[in-house]
Design a protein around this ligand. Sequence first.
Ligand code: SAH
Length: 212
Amino acid sequence: MDNAERTMAFLFALRSRGVRDTRVLEAMERVDRAEFVTGVFSDRAYEDMPLPISCGQTISQPSVVGLMTQALDVQPRDKVLEIGTGSGYQAAILSHLARRVYTVERHKRLARHAQDLFDRLGYTNITCVAADGSRGYPEQAPFDRILVTAAAEDPPGPLLAELRVGGIMVLPVGQSDTVQHLIKVTRTETGYDYDELLPVRFVPLVEGLSHE
Ligand code: SAH
């Protein structure tokens, strides 16, 4: 398969799994997933499956990245917070849709690697922070959009608090290795609305910074 055919097949897989928002599809077309997958798995970068990255973590399945990004409904002026940088792939896609992206990762090695990659690829509107994202990122709160790419039992309180009124948060909830659901939380003037989107499987949201 040449590059053009590979891109067509990649986009076709996204569409057939329900990613229809053209802005999301365009952003995903512009980010080469192979840059974010290293080692032996790099030749599988264009397949619609999660793949292992370092520190025992995973880069999410492209169609799930697409569905989460679509549900987040990012607007061009938005300041977005992502929890769980991992490879940096999701943050790179968000950076094409938003004004500013802050992404928080508890594994220092992953955070450093992702920041180096953003610098090398010229993503100047992403800042990667090595910290415990279950506390959010108070330095830059409130956020228009928050995306969590690791599963908690319930939406963490600090993240709910850091969401602007009218803002949207998308996150997987449920116990790890059992059933998790992707949910969409919208902050209203008086509280929060919750919508359940689809069943998913993510690594757990773990509290505390890891020095690995
Ligand atoms: N969005 C990533 C996939 C992330 S996998 C990508 O596009 O590649 C989930 C990531 O969340 C892992 O790297 C894990 O280390 C991180 N994580 C888990 N708990 C966290 C926490 N409390 N704070 C920040 N990152 C966390």
